[in-house]
Design a protein around this ligand. Structure first.
Ligand code: ADP
Length: 290
């Protein structure tokens, strides 16, 4: 099969592992930089032009589209879809997952557990917003943040008010969220492929840190999910329409709460924590899909 990995950098762990796994299973595989693709749109025969040639023989793509190139990256994925290629991440689902607010609405409609969350349009009613999530301590998140940057824990009502007002003043959109204290600075990442959990890990923030992001110095270990956690993760990926997803959850007194569903989940953390060949599972998903 001809498989294209859409990635800006073939040196990244996830990209390199996907290439390796595809080769091992005897596929033709190539890394394509989505930003260097020209999309040719006409009545019949849509095509992608890349470095002097048409990518017409492609059977499947694996989109690894970073948040900063969502717009063009999604257009490239859509073009391959129009050409009849199988994709491990559909363009629609990719767009959906990049909108944090819309994602939370979709997850809520699917009746999944979520930390109580308020989104406002630079509201002046800061005190009411704080009351909606049950008062301080609470979490304030910049809508466009990633890797834990822009996630703030406000311990008191006063702190919460000043931080929300400061963000509002900067015209930065935030969501205000109930703080799940009993999560203890840890979260769970479940890696879903084709409706099944293929690996799960628990990430623990470093001492005194409520954020468990590995980029913030957190550590990861393999974990056996409870039935509730497994069901929630599978349901969340399905609600988002994602064939490959990294579902982040908090363990709370009222069961698993979904934080986020990632549409380009990294392979490094999960493969190292679980010792599993997740890249191979992605390639096998393609083999079934095509
Ligand atoms: P990002 O997408 O930037 O990683 P997250 O929403 O995943 O932001 O938050 C980063 C980390 O902060 C999470 O992995 C989790 O450990 C912690 N965290 C986020 N929201 C909450 C919350 N409502 N209650 C407790 N901890 C939280």
């Amino acid at each position: 099969m001809n498989i294209k990995i859409l990635s800006r950098n073939s040196g990244l762990y996830s990209t390199a592992r996907l290439v390796e796994a595809a080769k091992k299973r005897k596929h033709n595989v190539e890394v394509i930089d989505p930003l260097k693709c020209d999309l040719i749109i006409e009545k019949k025969k849509p095509s992608v032009y890349y470095k002097g040639r048409y990518l017409s023989e492609t059977d499947a793509i694996v989109p690894r589209i970073g948040a900063s190139i969502t717009y063009y990256g999604t257009a490239v994925v859509r073009q391959f879809e129009m050409m009849g290629c199988f994709t491990t991440t559909e363009s629609q689902a990719l767009v959906r997952s990049r909108d944090k607010l819309r994602s939370l609405q979709i997850l809520s409609r699917a009746r999944l557990g979520l930390p109580k969350t308020v989104f406002t349009n630079y509201s002046r009613d800061v005190a009411e917003i704080i009351d909606h999530v049950g008062g301080a301590p609470l979490i304030i998140k910049l809508l466009e943040g990633t890797q834990g940057l822009g996630v703030v824990l406000a311990e008191t009502k006063n702190a919460a008010e000043s931080v929300i007002e400061a963000f509002n003043g900067l015209q930065a959109r935030v969501i205000v969220q109930e703080f799940i204290k009993e999560a203890g600075g840890a979260d769970i990442r479940a890696f879903i492929i084709d409706g099944q959990v293929v690996g799960a890990m628990k990430r623990q923030g470093k001492e005194g840190e409520f954020r468990s992001n590995l980029h913030r110095g957190g550590t990861a270990e393999v974990i056996q999910l409870t039935d509730d956690e497994e069901n929630a993760a599978i349901k969340a990926a399905k609600a988002m329409g994602l064939g490959v997803a990294g579902v982040d959850m908090l363990q709370s007194a009222r069961g698993p709460l979904i934080l986020e569903v990632n549409s380009s989940p990294g392979l490094e953390g999960i493969e190292k924590a679980t010792g599993k060949d997740i890249a191979k599972s992605v390639i096998r998903y393609i083999e079934r899909g095509v």
